[in-house]
Design a binder for this molecule. Structure first.
Ligand code: HXC
Ligand code: NAP
Length: 281
């Protein structure tokens, strides 16, 4: 479905593009013809990542929590390319903690990156597009599957990502006037180093966790990158304010009898059901 020019002519900024899912997306966008810029706090990490993405990648250190740094980042992009027409808000912070143990600073550490960082970048991106009277442009926000349900042990992230989804939905209507598209992706579990070193405390938990995914496996970063490329391409022009889940079916496991599925092999389940069936004389 993609050609090597599907994203040709596009200029895309991936926040947190130096590692994990951001890096995978940057590689896919570049391979599909886009010019790609990545940002993050760690300059060494960005400089190592850039050549693995491809030629003419801009690696620009920027802490998205800091509004002035974000303004300077967009100034650099204006100088280099005359601006960007796509923003992928992927930078995030997260960790596991019982909520009663959180300090105000710990809550801020995540909310400042995820919610305020996304706000800083989205506002700067939108303001510049609007002032140039350009129509078009995409914002793609990477959220999580727990934006609606919430989740134990990741309270700051759950609050921040729910805010990012509200931002996506709000601006999807407000900025439609300017032809700006805003969508979100809600990933299930993708074992990146950044996520797994912070969120997977024990190998035994990991095994149980995997069994709770209907497709029986974690996601591959390329699968998410393909979805992101689709949402940035003209192939998805009529999707506005969407939040597409990519999680192997994990979010649906709340369905009451779904828990039978990973518990027993199918013949055993059928035998158990047959035993309950009224016998005919
Ligand atoms: C409790 C913690 C903590 C932890 C930090 N803090 N880690 N509290 N448990 N594990 C507290 C500190 O004690 C401090 O509070 C405050 O948070 C700030 O800590 P710093 O270390 O100074 O923060 P900072 O250097 O800004 O780092 C931000 C960070 C860090 C979020 C804490 O983890 C980070 O840089 N993360 C970036 C990458 C990342 O998180 N990737 C994962 C994304 S995965 P006090 O009160 O002591 O000062 C993801 C997946 C979701 O989002 C879904 C998965 C299925
Ligand atoms: P990751 O590799 O840790 O990615 C996070 C990136 O954000 C890093 O490159 C980090 O770089 C950057 N970052 C953090 N704070 C920043 C700041 N203040 N300013 C600029 N950049 C900052 O983890 P990942 O798994 O790929 O996560 C990518 C996205 O997917 C996140 O939005 C995450 O919430 C989402 N997600 C992931 C999963 C999963 O299972 N992996 C599931 C659901 C959602 P620096 O440290 O150099 O700044």
């Amino acid at each position: 479905m993609f050609q090597n020019n599907t994203l040709a002519g596009r200029h895309l900024l991936v926040t947190g593009g130096g590692s994990g899912l951001g890096l995978a997306m940057a590689k896919t966008f570049h391979a599909l013809g886009a010019r790609v810029a990545i940002c993050g706090r760690n300059a060494d990490k960005l400089n190592q990542a850039a050549p693995t993405i491809g030629e003419e990648v801009l690696a620009l250190p920027c802490d998205v929590r800091n509004h002035e740094e974000v303004v300077a980042l967009f100034d650099r992009l204006d100088e280099a390319w005359g601006g960007v027409d796509g923003l992928i808000n992927n930078a995030a912070g997260n960790f596991l903690s019982a909520s009663e143990d959180l300090s105000p600073n710990a809550f801020n550490a995540v909310v400042d990156i995820v919610l305020k960082g996304t706000f800083h970048c989205t506002l700067e991106f939108g303001k510049r597009l609007i002032s140039r009277q350009r129509t078009g442009g995409n914002v793609l926000n990477i959220v999580t599957t727990y934006t609606e349900t919430g989740s134990s042990f990741v309270l700051p992230s759950a609050c921040a990502k729910a805010g990012v989804l509200a931002m996506t939905n709000s601006l999807a209507v407000e900025w439609s006037t300017y032809g700006i598209k805003l969508n979100a992706i809600a990933p299930g579990p993708f074992p990146t180093e950044g996520a797994w070193t912070r969120l997977m405390p024990d190998p035994s938990i990991e095994e149980a966790y995997k069994r709770s995914i209907p497709l029986g496996r974690y996601g591959h970063p390329d699968e998410l990158a393909n979805l992101a490329a689709f949402l940035l391409s003209p192939l998805s022009d009529y999707i506005q304010g969407g939040c597409i889940t990519i999680d192997g079916g994990e979010r649906l496991m709340a369905g009451q009898f779904n828990r039978f599925v990973p518990l027993m092999p199918r013949p055993m389940i059928k035998a158990a059901f047959n035993a309950l069936k009224p016998k005919k004389d």
